[in-house]
Design a protein around this ligand. Sequence first.
Ligand SMILES: *[C@@H]1O[C@H](CO)[C@@H](O)[C@H](O)[C@H]1NC(C)=O
Ligand SMILES: *[C@@H]1O[C@H](CO)[C@@H](O)[C@H](O)[C@H]1NC(C)=O
Ligand SMILES: *[C@@H]1O[C@H](CO)[C@@H](O)[C@H](O)[C@H]1NC(C)=O
Ligand SMILES: [Cu+2]
Length: 394
Amino acid sequence: MRLQHVPAWASLLALTSATYQPASTFGTDLLAAKGLINLAVHGIEQAAQGKQGSCTLANVAIRKEWGMLSNTERKSYTDAVLCLMSKPSKTNPSEAPGAKTRYDDFTWTHIKQTLSIHGTANFLSWHRWYTYIFEKALREECGYQGYQPYCKCFGRNWGRWANDPVNSPIFDGGPYSMSGNGDYVAHGCTYAIPTNLNCIPPVPGQGGGCVTTGPFKNITVNLGPVVVSLNGIPELVPNNGSVWNPRCMRRDISSWVATRWTSDAVSTALINDYSDIYWFQKYMQGDFVNGDYGVHTAGHFTVGGDPGGDIFASPGDPMFWLHHAQVDRTWWIWQNQDIKNRQNAISGTITLDNIPPSRNGTLDDLLDVGVNASPVPISSMMSTTAGPLCYIYL
Ligand SMILES: *[C@@H]1O[C@H](CO)[C@@H](O)[C@H](O)[C@H]1NC(C)=O
Ligand SMILES: *[C@@H]1O[C@H](CO)[C@@H](O)[C@H](O)[C@H]1NC(C)=O
Ligand SMILES: *[C@@H]1O[C@H](CO)[C@@H](O)[C@H](O)[C@H]1NC(C)=O
Ligand SMILES: [Cu+2]
């Protein structure tokens, strides 16, 4: 019996009610609160049956939204990311000569596996593991004391900042932001996905050039682009993703995308309307032929640019991690609405949108993050509190 864990999980109930005010009009936050209550009840039941593992409220990591962090906490995060960009790569140079830094090791593993980690059964679990290993590297290799932040930076309450992302605390370009928009340079459309919505926005965005503000103003992007989404920039020439192609980071922040596809109404409906993992993950990733980007794709194209708008090299823009923590949080909220039926639900095959046709994924499939960690089975990533993971979102 591990009854000593019961009071800890019970105190999560108090924490939940203290964090989420009943007056909140944000549907996704209310679902998060409901999910936390279910998680606490589940934890209490498990503990009472002696099934509680080593993850308890006493030691659980709490991932917070960017806007909830103090300036000091934000700077410690961006400093740690810059630190990873300053450390030497562990990738075999014969495999990817362009991977120069520890940060590039992460981008490279994503580039290499892009066609088997998106539109697949492992999409959510692979990115959960990947983000966790990145957070671990920040902590263990760069002395970061906090946890991976997420963003409500898109859409009114997918982000709180959907209607005006450029002026949000995350993109305002100040010393405690994730750096701002790219400078304006004349450019063509952003080609996000193969549909008639392909020109983002109908008039090109106000960026397109190098990011020249905030903590990441002077970073070098080493890998990609593999797929150039930002058109009309002669410097952006696609390559196979493994070669060294040092260049500045570009952004073309789009409130046009954010307001349409990342609003609170969209993320709330996503969580509420689909009880089946097949539909939940399909609409999260986008129903492109019907003109729906989905919160995942729209989050990427709210930032766009290079490498942020490249499905292969997108982790090269540090914004990736805050967006994917929010994607992970959204899955976590969805799972927590009905833990019994949703905890271990997966659907899909092992190739992007089943092209070429492949077998269904299973919970035993291994998630590979290259040199960054040893592989783990999907089954070990289905709960964030059952070990090896031990974190929640507030
Ligand atoms: C970073 O800043 C230094 C000093 O201003 C400059 O020499 C260098 O070219 C910059 N690097 C990038 C990638 O912008
Ligand atoms: C990638 O492109 C470079 C330069 O064109 C080439 O040398 C290398 O062999 C290519 N790598 C792969 C895996 O195709
Ligand atoms: C794969 O999963 C789908 C949906 O759950 C199911 O209809 C199909 O029969 C499965 N295919 C195989 C070969 O098991
Ligand atoms: Cu990805």
